[in-house]
Write a protein that binds this ligand. Structure first.
Ligand SMILES: [Fe+2]
Length: 383
């Protein structure tokens, strides 16, 4: 457990030092980073269309048999109409080859065709995995102040920045977010991958901003690259982004406040579910947590959040099929990606934007835009 003294000091600082949101218009501070080319504008041109191998196989095999069993001047005669199937190909073996050998070659051809189609589909999925998706959902929140109806949150996660230059998926996310207006931006950990990525991460947090608040909760890679929460705070808070690690923040918004809280990283931090749970139970709260597996570890009656946003899994990063990962990192729990309804409230698990390797399979990068609405009309007090 981290010292209560530090924690109390942080909470005290939050309670006594209300967030001072930057009044800079979102569009103004969302200026895009310099980059030369958006690879997603021409993704299809890089993938050559797969030839229709299956329809040509009988002809190919026929020519092969012909060349081996007859001289070139004596081509194999075309099959008669009665020998043609409905697709126009012969179902009978040519002269000079046994039925068994013929069907063996047919099976081999079908196998080659299946492998070709499978490889083509995988390459398409691999290439398409570079395109960033925007996941949108409206969440109904019991007890939400009606003045907060329509409040919009954006989540950016797992960017794994390794240098000053952003990777294509992150540049694409910045372009997409530039078209949005959101009240609160949440960074849910693993924002930088190495210490060399601190500059690029700082640029990210200065560039992608909420109109009312920009919040951050640390992930395991942020800890691994920075060694301490103190170092993480120094980097993040220098960008006017607020760190939420076992802390909560009442964000001033529309004449009221929206509570946002963050749990510290499960693997390298020291999550304090007691402090965070107390904050969650007081009022509808947006919770930031890097590893979704933490949500399975919470005790009964811990509390119910307005919505919880997390990342860490990358949706499996390399999957056999959508949401069928080969392996998931420790701390993922039973979650892969997408929306889950838990006893602690709705949970979104982002696939994030980056990773140790620049390619994905059946786990495309994403950002999420979440709109909050009261679950029921506000009851008017009798006059
Ligand atoms: Fe992580």
């Amino acid at each position: 457990m981290r010292g209560d003294k530090d924690l109390d000091a942080n909470v005290f600082a939050i309670r006594c030092g209300p967030l001072t949101p930057k009044a800079t218009p979102y569009d103004t501070i969302m200026a895009p980073p310099p980059f030369t080319r958006n690879p997603y504008q021409t993704p299809e041109k890089d993938v050559s269309p797969e030839p229709d191998v299956s329809s040509r196989l009988p002809d190919v095999l026929s020519r092969s048999v012909s060349s081996s069993s007859a001289p070139p001047s004596s081509p194999t005669p075309s099959p008669t109409a009665s020998q043609m199937t409905s697709s126009g190909t012969s179902s009978l073996p040519p002269a000079g080859i046994s039925r068994r050998a013929w069907f063996g070659r047919m099976a081999t051809g079908a196998g080659v065709a299946a492998v070709t189609v499978g490889v083509g589909a995988s390459l398409a999925a691999w290439h398409g995995g570079r395109n960033c998706r925007v996941v949108r959902r409206t969440v109904k929140v019991p007890g939400l102040d009606p003045r907060l109806s329509g409040v919009r949150l954006a989540q950016v996660s797992d960017t794994h920045i390794k240098g000053d230059e952003w990777e294509p998926s992150l540049r694409e996310a910045a372009r997409l977010l530039r078209q949005e207006t959101v009240d609160i931006v949440t960074f849910t950990g693993d924002i930088w991958h190495h210490e060399s990525g601190l500059g690029g991460a700082s640029e990210l947090m200065r560039t992608i901003r909420g109109t009312s608040a920009t919040l951050f909760t640390p992930g395991n890679w942020d800890y691994a690259a920075s060694q301490s929460l103190r170092k993480i705070r120094s980097v993040v808070e220098a960008t006017d982004t607020h760190v939420l690690a076992n802390q909560w923040q009442d964000v001033p918004l529309r004449g009221t406040t929206l509570r946002c809280a963050g749990l510290d990283d499960l693997r390298f931090g020291q999550p304090d579910t007691v402090v965070t749970g107390a904050a969650v139970r007081e009022t509808p709260t947006v919770l930031l947590v890097h590893e979704p597996g933490q949500m399975e570890m919470l005790p009964p009656h811990w509390g119910r959040t307005a919505v919880t946003v997390s990342g860490h899994t990358h949706g499996g990063h390399i999957c056999l099929a959508p949401n069928v990962p080969i392996v998931l990192p420790e701390g993922s729990g039973s979650f892969v990606s997408g929306w889950y309804e838990l006893g602690t409230g709705p949970l979104y698990v982002s696939r994030g934007l980056g990773g140790a390797i620049p390619y994905r399979l059946f786990a495309p990068p994403d950002i999420s835009i979440i709109t909050l609405e009261p679950a029921e009309p506000a009851s008017r007090k009798p006059s």
